[in-house]
Design a protein around this ligand. Structure first.
Ligand SMILES: NC(=O)c1ccc[n+]([C@@H]2O[C@H](COP(=O)([O-])OP(=O)(O)OC[C@H]3O[C@@H](n4cnc5c(N)ncnc54)[C@H](O)[C@@H]3O)[C@@H](O)[C@H]2O)c1
Length: 328
């Protein structure tokens, strides 16, 4: 049994690939290296250097490597950017998923773990987002991921109607941070962690937008989860599908509690040993006070747990950060 990890040279995909290898699974990666790095992958993992949007190329990689299951992470993941580039977002995120499903159907591959996002919920009014919270995506990123989930469900139903199983699940997560694989870091130019760490590495004070929210310390509260915990849930899902167990169509990998932006920024400064005070500025338009998801359902079926503290998240991210001086 061999698993294909699309987007396997990316930040989360590489962690998933490392975790699968560590769990004794055979892994092949598929990635066009548009934002990923070959060096992120374990040396033993072959890379199919093709686009996930080309069904023929995807099928060839699957066929050549006797793939039996797919973890599909390759995507354009920037919610803000997706508003400026909706067509690119839909092509990558829905088009890529359709190509993966098509290639799987051609070859009779019947296991799929899909990397979704809590952006499908938009700005929920509830204290704690669960899988039953209504979906209201607010960007092409969130909409395209939700549509991709739907495409998977409809394809599985169609296959079932002709006696062919497609076992699948979608994992929805918010802010994935930290590092647990050597030299693998989040290189996103738009996420809080890389932005704060880049600022600290330059000797600049990181900025906090808004300190008058109705939250314990006045700054926004967000759902941060350690990438090692996220990767572990992908492995457990893949193993369950290998055992032919049915999983729920959707799981939130949520922290249940959340962390304030001030706590993250202060911990980053502390871990880096920097003598900096965050710059407190006004609110940014459209930033909700709190978005936190429950990971309860995943804790039952996917052994989901927050095994790492905020300090673990920050310290491991800082150690892997290219300019922290800690790793290179
Ligand atoms: N980072 C987060 O906080 C977060 C949160 C929720 C969901 N996600 C989802 O997790 C997945 C991985 O995100 P990440 O943070 O590792 O991002 P990333 O940009 O580091 O990884 C994406 C990978 O996909 C590859 N890729 C992109 N388009 C491709 C294409 N057309 N063909 C082949 N490969 C392609 C990139 O080269 C990259 O290696 C994405 O699906 C994203 O939507 C991420």
């Amino acid at each position: 049994m061999t698993w294909l990890v699309t987007g396997g040279a990316g930040y989360i995909g590489a962690h998933v690939a490392h975790a699968m290898v560590d769990a004794g699974l055979d892994v092949v990666a598929l990635d066009n290296l548009s934002s990923g790095h070959r060096a992120f992958l374990p040396d033993t993992v072959p890379l199919g250097w093709v686009s996930v949007t080309d069904q023929d190329d995807v099928r060839d990689v699957m066929e050549e490597n006797d793939i039996t299951g797919v973890v599909h992470l390759a995507a354009f993941k920037y919610a803000g950017e997706s508003v400026k580039q909706p067509l690119k977002t839909w092509r990558q995120n829905l088009g890529g998923t359709v190509a993966v499903l098509g290639a799987m159907q051609e070859l009779g591959i019947d296991r799929l773990v899909f990397s979704s996002t809590a952006a499908v919920y938009g700005t929920p009014e509830t204290e704690l987002v669960t899988e039953d919270t209504p979906t209201h995506p607010e960007s092409p990123y969130g909409s395209s991921k939700l549509a991709a989930e739907r495409a998977i469900i409809e394809q599985a139903a169609a296959q079932r109607s002709v006696g062919k199983q497609l076992r699948h699940t979608a994992l929805r997560y918010f802010n994935v941070v930290g590092s647990s694989a050597p030299g693998v870091y989040d290189s996103s130019p738009h996420n809080l962690f890389p932005l704060v760490m880049d600022a600290i590495a330059r000797g600049d004070a990181p900025r906090i937008f808004g300190t008058d929210y109705d939250t314990p310390d006045g700054t926004c509260v967000r759902d941060y989860v350690h990438v090692a915990d996220v990767a572990a849930a992908h492995v457990v899902a893949a193993q369950a599908l290998d055992r032919r167990e049915d999983l729920r169509t959707v799981y939130n990998l949520g922290s249940g509690t959340g962390t304030s932006v001030r706590e993250i920024v202060n911990t980053c400064i502390d871990v880096a040993g920097a003598e900096l005070e965050p710059v407190l500025t006004g609110r940014r338009a459209g930033d909700p006070a709190r978005i936190v998801a429950s990971g309860k359902r995943a804790s039952y079926d996917l052994e989901w747990q927050m095994r790492h503290s905020v300090r673990d998240m920050v310290a491991s991210a800082w150690a892997a950060h290219p300019r922290s001086g800690a790793t290179r």
